[in-house]
Design a protein around this ligand. Structure first.
Ligand SMILES: C[S@@+](CC[C@H](N)C(=O)[O-])C[C@H]1O[C@@H](n2cnc3c(N)ncnc32)[C@H](O)[C@@H]1O
Length: 430
């Protein structure tokens, strides 16, 4: 049988060596591993933990190793990262076990010559009281403490102030919650809770629940289409657009379909939703999800949101949930925080192009919601301000209260209260 720590190191080596998504990498790694549930849990905890804390772990290792981090063999470095992670953050793993398992891993990976160094670094870390010594410079300290590149810490602080940036980074390191959206078109709360079996779910809003840990997709409730997994903020975004059965809705960047499904349910399975995404493969994800949830009011197809499609009708409500840098969801997708800020340079123009194109399909008097799962002004407030400046036919609309808070016409939702970082703005065509 595979060793969970061995698999974690192997997967980390792949993840850090490519740009793949952590959840996809982990799922495929676990699938054929032959690990039991306990092994899978341990492997996932180490794998995600190391991605989440990579900069912090490297800072610790850099202070203890005689060779610079950049000169270490990548497998050896990942063994050390996993070792320091277990010692620092996993109470369930005794320190000695973390050291011995790491030394054994070095041998298993045929890095026998490095096993002495692995042993020495980890034992010195424990002997030194597992200290995390932060750099004096405040930006560098923020970067090491919350494991975020300096450039990104600076960007967050520039956007929302250093206090809000630190709060956001701290919240993103907290355990992430799995939120479920109950499918009101086919089940009552009692039926939903019963079909969840052993998994307990706490109700947060009318249809949003926070699930206890466990595989929610293995439940009878999932098989029956009684819910889909969707972040709290995403659910609030759909409620902000508030589609009803009288509406014809356009969801212009819709895959994998979470918001399409919630809107279809708010419309009681009636009215019409046109759901588009760039490629057919992604449109198919929406169709499959709609089928599992027994939702019949969704038409999904491939379509480029930046280009006008003269064959489309006018819509009473439009959702522009545009592609974005995703910094709001670094809590659940930690690999995002290691991207370069320069990779995001072209996004505001694409986002603006999409929302302008969407306006072509909006009926006079119709409403449009613009949303992202990021916390950058350039992709949020600035795109919306440009829209209002250049389109006199558009006006900003007051958002509904969300979890008891009023936001005006643009809302930056932040974790932990709203689950993740998310932006929502609402407009009307005069
Ligand atoms: C934030 S995600 C949408 C998430 C979706 N609304 C949901 O709730 O499940 C943005 C989506 O935009 C799609 N996308 C990117 N560029 C696009 C374009 N030019 N036209 C249409 N969709 C595009 C991406 O494939 C991605 O699925």
């Amino acid at each position: 049988m595979t060793d969970p720590r061995y698999l974690a190191v192997k997967l980390l080596d792949k993840t850090f060596g490519s740009c793949s998504y952590s959840n996809i990498q982990l799922d495929s790694g676990l699938k054929n591993s032959g690990l039991d549930d306990r092994g899978k849990k341990l492997c996932s905890a180490i794998y995600y933990g190391v991605i989440e804390r990579r900069i912090t772990l490297d800072h610790i290792i850099g202070g203890l190793s005689s060779r610079p981090i950049a000169k270490l063999d990548s497998i050896v470095l990942n063994i050390l990262r996993c070792g320091v992670y277990q010692i620092s953050y996993m109470d369930s793993v005794p320190d000695n076990a973390a050291v011995n398992e790491s030394v054994a891993l070095a041998k298993k990976f045929r890095k026998t010559s490095a096993s002495g160094m692995v042993n020495a670094v980890l034992r010195n870390f424990i002997r030194g009281g597992k200290a995390l010594i932060l750099p004096k410079d405040s930006l560098k300290a923020l970067s090491v403490k919350y494991s975020v590149p300096e450039e990104m810490a600076a960007e967050l602080a520039k956007n929302y102030g250093s206090e809000a940036a630190e709060k956001f980074l701290a919240a993103s390191l907290e355990k992430s919650v799995t939120y479920l959206r109950r499918n009101t078109t086919i089940c009552t709360e009692e039926e939903f809770v019963a079909a969840l079996g052993d998994i307990k779910a706490e109700r947060l809003t009318d249809c949003c629940y926070a699930a206890e840990s466990g595989d929610v997709t293995a439940t009878e409730a999932f098989r029956k289409g009684f819910f889909h997994v969707q972040g709290l903020a995403s659910q609030l975004c759909c409620e902000a657009l508030a589609p009803t059965e009288q509406d014809r809705v356009l969801d212009i960047c819709a895959a994998p379909g979470g918001k399409t499904f919630t809107m279809a349910e708010l419309m009681k399975g009636k009215g019409e939703i046109y759901a588009f995404d760039l490629h057919e493969k992604r449109a198919e994800l929406i169709r499959r999800g709609a089928e599992r949830l027994h939702l019949k009011n969704i038409k999904a197809a491939a379509g480029d949101a930046t280009k006008f499609n003269p064959d489309l009708p006018k819509f009473t409500k439009i959702l522009c949930d545009v592609p974005c840098s995703g910094l709001g969801v670094i809590g659940s997708k930690p690999e995002i925080k290691y991207k370069n800020i320069s990779d995001f340079a072209g996004l505001p123009d694409i986002q603006y192009k999409i929302v302008c194109n969407a306006l072509n399909y909006l009926e006079a008097g119709g409403t449009l919601v613009y949303s992202t799962c990021t916390v950058r002004r350039a992709e949020n407030e600035e795109v919306c301000e440009r829209l209002l400046r250049d389109h006199p036919e558009v006006e900003a609309v007051e958002l509904p209260e969300m979890l008891g808070e009023s936001f005006g016409t643009m809302a930056l939702l932040m974790p932990p209260k709203f689950g993740s970082g998310f932006f929502i703005a609402k407009f009307r065509k005069k």
